[in-house]
Each structure stands twice: as C-alpha cells, then as structure tokens.
Design a protein around this ligand. Structure first.
Ligand SMILES: [Zn+2]
Length: 436
C-alpha cells in the first residue's frame, strides 16, 4: 500500500475534526495546532495505551504529575540554562532569525541582507512568576517532564515501598521555543510527552537499556505500526546529549522522511547527582540487603504523544477502490480508534431509529460510540471508515423480527449477524477490554 502524502493526512484531520490550525479565525499561529473532537479522543487513547503498558500493567512503575513551572534552580542544575541552546543568526535587514547550521554563507536566505554572527539562543520559554517583571522572578516553562521526576525522586522513594529497579512515569505538556517548527504535529512549540525515568543499580544499566528498547519497539508494533516503517537508530558519540552514556531513537518513516518518535537514553546518575549538588539534599538510594548507598542510574524512554499520534494516523490512512468507488479508511488499532462502534438504523421508520438509539445508549456505557441516521447506509459506512471506527452496527427489518443486528467490520467489510443482547460481549472480544 503506498504511503499517503502529508497533504492527504492534514486534509482529513481538518475535514473530520481531528486537528485544526491553531487560532484559525485570526489567521492561525505558526506551528500551533488544536485537537478537535475526534483528535482529542485519539490522543487520549494513545496516552492511555502508553500508561497501561508502562504503568498499570507493571508492578515496578508508578505515576507522577509535576508542575510545569518549576524552581529556577532546577534548570541550572539540569544544564538547560547553559546548554539547551541553538546557534542562531539574525538578518540585519528583515530581522528574521535562522538556525546557523541551516544557512549557507553570510547572507539572508530570505532577502539577501547581511547576517549577524551566530549567537546561542535558549529554547526554553521564559515568563515571570508573580507581579514583578524583573530578573529575580524569571521562570521557565519546562522543556521536558523528566526534571519534575528527578526532583521528586526522594518523595516517591519515601512514600512508596519501591525497591530498585523501579520507574516513575509522567505524561504532560512541555514547551520549546523552536526556531524551525513544522511538519504538522511533528514539531510544535508546545507538545505532550510520555516519559519514563527508570532507576537502576549502576552496572545493571545496560541490561535495562536493552529491556526498554525492546519493550518500546513492541508497543508501536502491537498498536499496528508497520514493521517496515519503523527502525532503530543508535546515536553516534558526537550526537549524544551531555548527560547520556547511550541513546537509541525509534524512528518512523513519515512522508517527510525518517524521524524520531522516541529516544531511549541511558542518563547515568547525571541528573540525581546534579540535583544533589545544587539542592544540597541527599538523593542516594540505600540498598538494605547489600548495605550499600549509591546514586541510581536512569534509563529514560521518552516518547512524544503528538508524534506517535501522527505516525498512527499516517500508517492507518488508506485510499482504496471498492466496487468502483473510492474509499478512504483509517485502519487504526481498535484501542486507538476515537469511536469503537457506530450504530445505524437502516430506515428512518418502522421503529428502527428508536431501536438503534437504545442500542447506542447501552453501548456508550462501555465504549465510545457514534449514531448516524443521515443518508444512505453506504455513505454512513464510508463516513465511519474515514475516521477509523472499527465496527458498524445496523438495525434493519430483521432486527425488529428476531432481535439480531448486522455487525460490519471496517477493514474487511465483512458482515455477520449478532443477537442484540450479545453485542457488548462480541465487541469486547473483538476490541479487547481496556486492560487487554
Ligand atoms: Zn533578511
């Protein structure tokens, strides 16, 4: 199946209410995007699937939800004040700013004007806490969730009964003032991260690095991404972050090229050590059995929720011909699909709408579902195919007589008859429960 173009995916997102341009009635704001009614469901399903795999189903990982604005000294300790920068040049004529490594020579690629020498530009968003706008009140919006985890390491350790190895997971917004955002949801200035910090005994870090590398690749595959469009790319020594001993990216082949979905890094004891030094607090771990005290190492699988969502959309998008008619279908994994099922009365008479409504009401107590009675049944199926609804349920003449409905499957378009009172059970079997 040929991969779709970004234009096809972006159009579908706009047309069907997955993703809208941000602040659109004011002409939009660059690289700012809003999730619509279906997009918000899809994104929630992506984050829930991650949480189930990384937290709920494991006995060695707990969750956390730290504040976005943190103490200014956090970012000194983490190295973000000094090192989270891009080299930039400014055009003296048109005032545009470019990444120094993206321009050739010393003239502006937009207007031909003269460029300044490169300066380091910090990517963190700056703001002020409280009513006074002076340097003493400067704060930053977090560029990653990880630091909220490290500063809470002691709190979690003291309030839980976790022993190494164990992990602390967070899902939340982060902010980076990117100079060159783009590729739709791939790079935006605010985005959602799904990050795990997994603390291990030094010496066991290589083993756990491999464990998480395999686990995380399996997650994407289990949720339906094509094997041939996924790959691992280990970082060379020259591109490793200052804190990392090793890093591998999981990349997806987007229409704009192979790009990172997730990085799995061995952060060593860098962060806990720095926060110990800067806060003056002891962040060591005491191993009761071995009577040893040490700083744990950290393995960090850090995924982007928006990027994953974009990969799932691109991978699921299919245009095909069925009986001489074009059909657009999103072959989303049922667990990710915004609606699990849609209910249709075949006719808008003979009590069919009322019967279908009742089935829809029952269904929504278990799954997100949609109801549609407008237009031909063929058109209604197509509308649901396009947003990835895996199952269609049709109430027809026979339903009124024998209590069975038609259950249509999105991908194969095959139809079977199922007794109304077995519908929930049947769907649960096919979709898998929330914890399957
Ligand atoms: Zn210029």
């Amino acid at each position: 199946m040929p991969a779709p173009t970004m234009e096809q995916v972006v159009n579908l997102c706009k047309r069907r209410g997955f993703v809208f341009p941000g602040s659109e009635i004011y002409g939009g704001l660059g690289a700012s995007l809003d999730y619509g009614p279906l997009g918000v469901e899809l994104k929630r399903n992506v984050k829930d699937a991650w949480w189930r795999a990384v937290v709920t189903r494991r006995d060695d990982v707990v969750g956390l939800d730290a504040a976005i604005i943190m103490h200014p000294r956090v970012w000194e300790a983490s190295g973000h004040i000094a090192g989270f920068t891009d080299p930039l040049v400014d055009c003296k004529a048109c005032k545009q700013r470019f990444r120094a490594d993206h321009v050739q020579g010393t003239v502006c690629p937009e207007c031909g004007g003269e460029l300044t020498a490169a300066r380091q530009f910090n990517l963190m968003f700056k703001t002020y806490v409280g009513p006074v706008e002076d340097t003493a009140h400067v704060a930053h919006l977090r560029p990653e969730t990880a630091q909220g985890t490290f500063v809470n390491f002691r709190n979690v350790l003291e309030t839980s009964r976790l022993k190494l190895p164990f992990g602390i997971a967070q899902v939340g917004r982060s902010f980076r003032n990117e100079i060159t955002p783009g590729n739709f949801l791939f790079r935006t200035r605010e985005f959602e991260q799904m990050e795990l910090e997994y603390f291990v005994r030094p010496g066991e870090d290589d083993h756990w690095f491999e464990h998480w590398r395999a686990e995380r690749m399996r997650w994407y595959l289990d949720l339906g991404l094509g094997r041939e469009r996924l790959r691992e790319r280990p970082h060379g020594p020259d591109e490793l972050a200052h804190y990392a001993k090793g890093c591998v990216d999981i990349e997806y082949q987007f229409p704009f090229g192979w790009s990172e979905l997730e990085g799995i890094a061995n952060r060593t004891d860098f962060d806990l050590r720095r926060h110990s030094e800067h806060s003056g607090k002891d962040l060591t771990y005491f191993d009761e059995e071995r009577r040893e005290r040490f700083l744990p190492y950290v393995i960090e699988p850090a995924a982007g929720a928006d990027r994953s969502l974009l990969a799932f959309l691109v991978d699921a998008y299919t245009e095909e011909e069925v009986d001489g008619e074009a059909r657009t279908v999103l072959r989303l994994h049922p667990q990710l699909a915004p609606y699990k099922a849609a209910v249709f009365p075949l006719l808008r008479k003979d009590g069919q709408p009322e019967r279908a409504r009742k089935i829809y009401d029952d269904l929504r107590r278990h799954f997100s579902a949609d109801y549609d009675q407008a237009g031909s049944i063929g058109r209604r199926y197509r509308r649901q195919d396009e947003v990835g609804t895996p199952f269609g349920i049709t109430v027809d003449h026979d339903t009124m007589r024998d209590g069975t409905v038609t259950l249509r499957e999105r991908d194969s378009m095959t139809q079977v008859r199922v007794p109304e009172d077995r519908l929930i059970e049947e769907l649960r079997g096919r979709i898998g429960g929330p914890n399957s």
